[in-house]
Design a protein around this ligand. Structure first.
Ligand SMILES: [Zn+2]
Length: 273
């Protein structure tokens, strides 16, 4: 498996080499594997697993249990690989609070429909922009979309901040051993759905900030591959081009690109962004 700069793998805690006791099975690294939902699960002997999957009648309970276990492991791996931080892992459409606010209900509806129609959006490479005040739940809804796309559609997804892209590329210039800039852009282009958060959040240093150029490259690469991107920004739609370049802004609007406005004032009181 290639080392990823942006997509984390599940953590393995308290690991040590153990033997399962079945003659002929090699020792294996056993530990507690991080689960997306916040729990930890002990992994089991891979040779026993192989035996249950491929060398056991398909109607036997061990076989069926192993199949379920492998599917759960793949799903857990794909969910953690989205980069959704523990703080946002419980975020869903159902726990996004709109009360009677029409604007919030509209934002929720646009995001839910985007997730539910994702296969068509993927085919068309259709983008979605979540734009508005900080503290209005844009990241919450983007994480809900990502989870939906991984769980229901079996797709891959990733959320990164604009700043983390710049940081990763800056690191790549300093460190020859790590991934190159083109590796990083290739990684951002590889997933079925990329969410770029906090676009325009950090003040540009005139002449020094190369974030807009990088964001342009990342968005353009995905555009060329007809892959959808979700962009989150606290800026106004008309000033977006200052932060990603005018051509990338056009790319996102093309082909029925959607905009979800988060136009109400933040009511943040230690809540989610
Ligand atoms: Zn074993």
């Amino acid at each position: 498996m290639t080392i990823s700069k942006f997509s984390p793998a599940p953590e393995l805690a308290e690991s040590r080499m153990v033997a399962c006791g079945v003659p002929g099975h090699l020792q294996f690294q056993q530990g507690l594997v991080e689960q997306f939902g916040g729990t930890w699960k002990r992994n089991t002997c891979p040779a026993c697993r192989w035996q249950a999957l491929y060398n056991t009648p398909k109607d036997r309970e061990e076989h069926l249990a192993a199949v379920v276990e492998v599917e759960a492991e793949y799903l857990n791996r794909d969910l953690i690989a989205t980069g959704i931080t523990p703080r946002f892992r419980q975020c869903s459409f159902d726990n996004y609070v709109t009360s009677d606010d029409k604007a919030k209900q509209r934002a929720l509806s646009i995001c839910r429909k985007y997730a539910e129609g994702f296969d068509a959006h993927l085919q068309a490479g259709r983008a979605l922009m979540l734009m508005g005040e900080i503290g209005t739940g844009k990241t919450h809804l983007a994480c809900a979309i990502l989870q939906h796309v991984v769980r229901q559609n079996g797709r891959t997804g990733l959320i990164v901040t604009a700043e983390s892209i710049t940081q990763a590329v800056t690191d790549s210039f300093r460190n020859n051993a790590g991934p190159s800039k083109s590796d990083l852009l290739a990684e951002l282009a590889a997933v079925d759905l990329l969410v770029i958060d906090e676009v325009g959040m950090h003040t540009a240093k005139p002449g020094k900030d190369f974030t807009p150029g990088l964001l342009h490259e990342a968005i353009d690469r995905r555009y060329q591959l007809i892959k959808p991107t979700i962009l989150i920004s606290n800026q106004k739609p008309e000033s977006l081009q200052d932060f990603i370049g005018p051509r990338a802004a056009d790319r996102l609007r093309e082909n029925g690109g959607l905009l979800a406005p988060f136009t109400w004032k933040s009511a943040r009181s230690g809540g989610l962004a």
